[in-house]
Design a protein around this ligand. Structure first.
Ligand code: TRP
Length: 334
């Protein structure tokens, strides 16, 4: 039997992924490779909605692809590609825009949050149509599963609605994908404000562990992470969000259970524990950073790998676009 297909995308924001991206998403992508037919794309077109800085975007796109490979996305197992290398995304994106209601799009919470923060004159239309492009990213490849974080639930729901609407209005073309919402256990919080998600949009970088930062810098950040009143290393999300976050991070890398860690650090205090967290994090990130740097030094090889991925993706995506065009009455060129 052929494997079920899974697809996901990640934005090429700034030069480095952070721990939340890795433990919250990419690690599950890596695991899915052995059980699913996996498609992963760096969504550079989506990144344009956040303001365009050409040199930065170029660098971030390559760095994102290199980091995905360094983290274990194997281009021989997965179809790894850059969204803008496959024009079918824009083609199906337009189709999706033409079957989405204006009100429906206006109810997307991410759009509402971002546009209300910046005001409508400084909000680009691309931000409004972002979810329709995302729906296209997904539906082009007919995946059964879309591994994403909790914050993407509404976008996946919209994608399912659009697929169903197309199927009933025109023709049964699209597989209705399911969100494969990643386990809450891997939710990583900001080191300085452990009640907020670790995120690139946070105000300062001191709470974010960047995968490509030096071990020294990351050690320093972990050692100055906000901790809580008391001195015991115990897991309590409400009373001890800082220590709980560090326990989650340690456990995610070391593979040891929270209970084992609590027992080991009983009576030892925060300082020792933070040192151990820094050690386990940096020893895992060290080889990943080095591998990323190697890949970025050989851009020819990286470009070649991405070209192979884009070619494979294009075949699947073009076939879907053609079927969708036909179903809607767009005639072939002949
Ligand atoms: N919107 C997603 C995010 O911010 C990124 C994304 C774009 C995506 N296209 C996708 C995720 C397709 C899954 C599938 O995380």
């Amino acid at each position: 039997m052929s494997k079920a297909r899974a697809l996901s995308g990640i934005q090429p924001t700034s030069g480095s992924f952070h721990l939340g991206n890795y433990l919250g998403a990419v690690r599950q992508w890596v695991e899915l490779q052995s059980t699913h037919d996996t498609y992963y794309c760096v969504v550079d077109l989506h990144a344009l909605t956040g303001g365009v800085e050409p040199a930065k975007l170029r660098e971030a796109t390559l760095a994102s692809a290199a980091q995905l490979i360094a983290l274990g996305i194997d281009p021989d197992k997965s179809t790894l590609f850059i969204q803008s290398h496959v024009p079918a995304h824009n083609q199906l994106g337009w189709i999706m825009e033409c079957i989405t209601g204006f009100g429906e799009a206006g109810r997307m919470t991410q759009f509402k949050d971002k546009s209300s923060k910046n005001g409508s004159d400084r909000t680009v239309v691309g931000l409004f149509t972002y979810p329709m492009l995302q729906a296209a990213d997904i539906l082009l490849y007919q995946p059964q599963y879309v591994p994403v974080g909790e914050d993407q639930r509404q976008h996946i729901e919209l994608t399912r609605d659009l697929a169903q609407r197309f199927n009933t209005t025109y023709k049964e073309i699209f597989t209705i994908p399911e969100g494969y919402i990643l386990k809450a256990g891997a939710k990583i919080y900001d080191l300085q404000d452990p009640t907020a998600k670790m995120s690139k949009s946070s105000s300062s970088t001191s709470g974010i562990i960047e995968l490509l930062d030096t071990s020294e810098a990351n050690t320093k950040k972990i050692k100055s992470a906000t901790t809580d009143a008391g001195r015991e290393v115990t897991y309590d999300e409400v009373k001890k969000p800082g220590i709980s976050n560090l326990l989650t991070i340690h456990s995610a890398f070391s593979g040891r259970t929270i209970a084992e860690l609590e027992a080991e650090y009983e009576g030892k205090g925060y300082g020792d524990f933070k040192g151990a967290v820094a050690e386990v994090v940096t020893s895992h990130l060290d080889p990943i950073r080095k591998r990323t740097q190697e890949l970025l030094q050989d851009k020819g090889e990286l470009t070649r790998l991405l070209k192979v991925g884009a070619e494979k993706a294009t075949i699947a995506a073009d076939a879907t676009v053609r079927r969708a065009y036909d179903a809607m009455g767009l005639i072939p060129r002949g």
